[in-house]
Design a protein around this ligand. Structure first.
Ligand SMILES: Nc1nc2c(ncn2[C@@H]2O[C@H](COP(=O)(O)OP(=O)(O)OP(=O)(O)O)[C@@H](O)[C@H]2O)c(=O)[nH]1
Ligand SMILES: [Mg+2]
Length: 504
């Protein structure tokens, strides 16, 4: 499971600045999906092949209550308790404050691996700037600069040190791992109870600590599944009891760990920002997803029409997923949900053969060719599969960096139709290594400048934007036909080359 790093510190020390730096390289993946709003408190990050989740606790709750500035917010405490590692950010230009000491005391009690990072240290002597902060009693502080990126890479390397590189040859479990996620009171507990009540429960994993998720193996219509709990499941004698205890971090971790996510929404409540953020996170993770709109019982035809319309508008970026209208209370619709779960996983892990992909591509281009831009007429020539779960389709040809987003969506739509890819995100990537003579043909003025972007190390990273023909397309070329890398690495390659999550 991906480790979760939680950023804490008093206001204005630079938590958000550091958060942005740690998550920036991943933003490009889903940036252009219509309707997607993203929560700027939770994000994906990556260092080399190690992926992690980051939480910015700034702004969770106002720190000042009754004028007492030294009260750590409840949500922050929960996040710290569920963290794999905590980065405690302090301000090197201000020095140790009373609030820093209070936070340090709390952190020592909660006792998670903690790293003191002395921010805003650019241009200052590292040894001098950290000296004061030893008194916090949380180990050796390190000097960083969130705005300039200095010291950030080695800090994250140290934080991630105990975590192994992802095992690329890890064999898939037999049972399909399903996470049921949604904000509090949408009916997750009722749904879990309905499932575990009617199905055969094979094994139940008790959590070791607050941070552990619960895994329940069960059998449904002769198929094995593992439910990853986010709602707070307890075994009470022979029955299960669910406590709707909402934890964002557990939600994020179970999404990461699942094969398929069931996103539960409440038909009786307006879609909230929290719903949208959780949905956004599912899309960002690249997981296959099924949407279950719960509490569908007892609504009249007019209400149902209204709700469906509102959902479609709000969740345009999820239109590749099946939506089911269910009642967890009556157990209605759960069968169809699980049929979609199976189908979504099948789609996510489908093998797409090069000849069929290429034929689909050529047919699509014959029906409608990409628009000419300036002196260029992009010419897609062939396609191959660059990854699974989610499927990545790599397209080769000439001047592909000139293809507009609308045409990419058209291609995505075509591939979805041909290969029946329902329920899984789909990523299209252009390989721009071909056409070595493009530079000579291309008039200099027409060339798009590659955008620059910085990653966690502070060095410029490859932009998500396709390279101009003259630029060395190293990242795109790295995607090979037999892509056996982990999803994380594939996603990284996708981010570096031209990648986006499809919306069908
Ligand atoms: N000089 C310098 N300024 C920084 C650095 N990191 C952040 N800042 C500045 O410090 C101010 C606060 O940064 P934020 O990232 O918003 O701080 P925060 O911890 O998220 O604040 P809250 O969310 O309010 O708790 C901003 O003006 C930043 O530009 C740094 O490394 N060096
Ligand atoms: Mg902030």
């Amino acid at each position: 499971m991906k480790p979760t790093i939680v950023l804490v510190g008093r206001p204005n020390v630079g938590k958000s600045t550091l958060f942005n730096r740690l998550t920036r390289s991943r933003d490009a993946l889903v940036a252009d999906m219509p309707g997607l709003t993203r929560d700027r408190h939770y994000g994906h990050g990556k260092l080399g092949s190690k992926a992690y989740l980051v939480v910015d606790t700034g702004g969770f709750e106002p720190l000042a209550k009754d004028g007492i500035m030294h009260e750590m917010a409840r949500q922050t405490e929960q996040a710290v308790a569920e963290a794999d590692a905590v980065i405690f950010l302090v301000d090197g230009r201000v020095g140790v404050t009373a609030l820093d000491k209070e936070i340090a005391n709390k952190l020592r009690k909660i006792n998670r691996p903690t790293f003191v990072a002395v921010n805003k240290s650019e241009g200052l002597n590292r040894g001098v700037v950290v000296a004061d902060f030893h008194e916090l009693g949380l180990g050796d502080p390190v000097a960083v600069s969130a705005t300039h990126g200095e010291g950030v890479r080695s800090l994250i390397e140290e934080v991630l040190e105990p975590y192994a590189e992802p095992d690329e040859d890890a064999t898939e479990d037999h049972a399909l791992k399903v996470a049921i996620v949604g904000r509090p009171n949408v009916g997750k507990s009722t749904m879990i109870n309905a499932l575990l009540g009617e199905d055969r429960v094979i094994a139940f994993d008790l959590p070791g600590t607050t941070r552990d998720s619960i895994y329940v193996d069960f059998e449904r219509e002769d198929k094995r599944y593992t439910l990853i709990d986010t709602a707070g499941l307890r075994r009470k004698g022979k029955v299960f009891e669910t406590i709707e205890k909402f934890s964002v971090i557990k939600t994020l971790q179970s999404i990461e760990d699942a094969n398929v996510v069931i996103l539960v929404l409440d038909a009786r409540q307006d879609i909230s920002d929290q719903d949208a953020h959780i949905a956004g996170f599912v899309v960002e993770s690249g997981r296959a997803v099924v949407v279950a709109v719960n509490k569908w019982d007892g609504l009249d035809a007019y209400q149902r029409e209204q709700i469906k319309g509102a959902l479609e508008a709000k969740f345009k970026f999820l239109d590749f997923a099946n939506f089911h209208y269910v009642s967890a209370l009556n157990g209605q619709g759960l069968n169809t949900v699980f049929r979609s779960v199976d189908a979504a996983y099948k789609a996510a892990t489908a093998d797409l053969s090069t000849p069929r992909l290429t034929r689909a591509l050529i047919d699509a281009v014959a029906r409608q060719s990409p628009p000419r831009t300036g002196a260029f007429r992009p010419k897609p020539r062939y396609a191959h599969q660059g990854g699974r779960n989610p499927p990545v389709i790599v397209i080769h040809g000439n001047a592909l960096d000139r293809i507009p987003d609308s045409y990419t969506r058209y291609l995505e739509h075509t591939f979805r139709e041909v290969f029946k890819l329902k329920g899984t995100p789909l990523r299209i990537q252009y390989n721009v290594t071909e056409n070595p003579f493009a530079e000579r043909k291309a008039p200099e003025t027409n060339r798009r400048k590659p955008k620059r972007e910085e990653n966690a190390t502070g060095k410029p990273a490859r932009s998500s934007a396709p390279k101009a023909n003259g630029a060395k397309p190293k990242a795109a070329a790295a995607v090979k036909s037999s892509d056996t890398r982990s999803p994380q690495r594939r996603q990284s390659a996708t981010a570096k080359a031209k990648g986006r999550t499809s919306k069908g």
